[in-house]
Ligand binder design. Structure first.
Ligand code: NDP
Length: 318
């Protein structure tokens, strides 16, 4: 019987983190410690978990980190002042604004206020523009050699593909989702890596017609188990970005009918995480990223790499 290759995001992320730690060690003799500032507004439980895990990983890799936790009621103007202060600081190389922000805050204005050289999330229009105009595909520098900070989740997807030696050039890639943080930059990076790319979204007619052509399918829509077996080309590489929490026992049984380990974990925790791709589709794939333990594991590793890349670039180092 056919058994697909599991693309182990945790192992790939561990490799990248080890490389980042090595780069941090190499900077130490010059008195350089890369520094990351994370702004976490209010008390969004999911954001608190993400931020804690980013700060913890900084500690493990020798990166200085600082958490700023203004209250929910902070205004856009006050946040702009906070960002201006971080932009001016020599010891801070990366500035990350944890999203989503409260509805009264002008997110776009804040993202544009971050110094592009410190924009470790890659959301500033300068970095988004460089991705399009200068053609980098996830690595730190563009063709012109300028610093290019790429959004962490799509950059992580590219690292999974590259480090797993999945061919990209000449292949047909389909991206489900067109968000600024995942779908669009992932599509740009795949184009830059010479795939032929189709982007699908909520207005796409006959979506399965497109997905069935994909050698590489990237699903980033936020719908549990949306991609079903009949929607894929057998043998395709499936990259599942979706993180969907499922709390209904019958749903869990539907997604994972024979998975005792998953059922046991669900019984213990009362919830489990399902990607945008139905587990039954994984079985037909050539290779796939599991959820959890796939793409999600890469995002923080790429953030760490971007922070060190920014620290080096700000001091004129390669
Ligand atoms: P958004 O909600 O910003 O975007 C979702 C995209 O999917 C939109 O482009 C939307 O289309 C499209 N879409 C939604 N429903 C359908 C549908 N039924 N058919 C076709 N297209 C559809 O989500 P994000 O990009 O931020 O995140 C996507 C998923 O990835 C989420 O599950 C999120 O939790 C996860 N994620 C994981 C990360 C990680 O691994 N670290 C990081 C970021 C996200 P339209 O534009 O037309 O509305």
């Amino acid at each position: 019987t056919h058994s697909p290759r599991i693309l182990d995001g945790i192992a790939i992320a561990a490799g990248i983190k080890a490389e980042v730690a090595e780069q941090v060690r190499a900077l130490a003799p010059e008195g350089i410690t890369p520094g990351l500032a994370v702004i976490l507004v209010g008390e969004v439980p999911a954001s608190q978990i993400y931020v804690r895990s980013k700060v913890k990983t900084c500690g493990e890799l020798g990166i200085y980190s600082e958490m700023l936790t203004p209250p929910e009621t902070i205004t856009t103007e006050e946040l702009l002042d906070l960002i201006a202060g971080l932009n001016a600081r020599q010891d801070i190389d990366g500035i990350l604004i944890q999203l989503p922000l409260p509805a009264h805050v002008d997110t776009r204005r804040l993202l544009e206020a971050v110094d592009p050289a410190k924009d470790v999330d890659g959301f500033h229009p300068i970095n988004a523009g460089r991705l399009l105009a200068e053609g980098y595909s996830g690595s730190a520098t563009s063709k012109s050699g300028k610093l290019a900070l790429a959004p962490c989740t799509p950059a992580g997807i590219m690292e999974i593909l590259r480090r797993s030696e999945i061919p990209i050039a000449g292949k047909s890639a389909v991206v489900l989702g067109r968000s600024d943080i995942v779908g669009k930059p992932a599509a740009s990076m795949l184009i830059n890596a010479s795939a032929t790319v189709t982007v699908c979204h909520s207005h796409t007619a006959d979506l399965a017609r497109h997905t069935r052509e994909a050698d590489i399918l990237v699903a980033a829509i936020g719908r549990p188990g949306f991609v079903t077996p009949e929607m894929i080309k057998p043998g395709a590489t499936l990259i599942d970005v979706g993180i969907n929490r499922v709390t209904d026992a019958s749903e869990v049984a539907r997604f994972f009918p024979n998975d005792e380990a998953r059922a046991a974990l669900f019984a213990k925790r009362g919830s489990t995480v399902v990607g945008d791709i139905h587990p039954a589709a994984f079985a037909l794939s050539g290779a796939y990223t599991p959820v959890p333990g796939g793409v999600g594991a890469l995002t923080i590793a790429m953030l760490m790499q971007n922070t060190v890349t920014a620290a080096k670039a700000r001091r004129g180092k390669k």
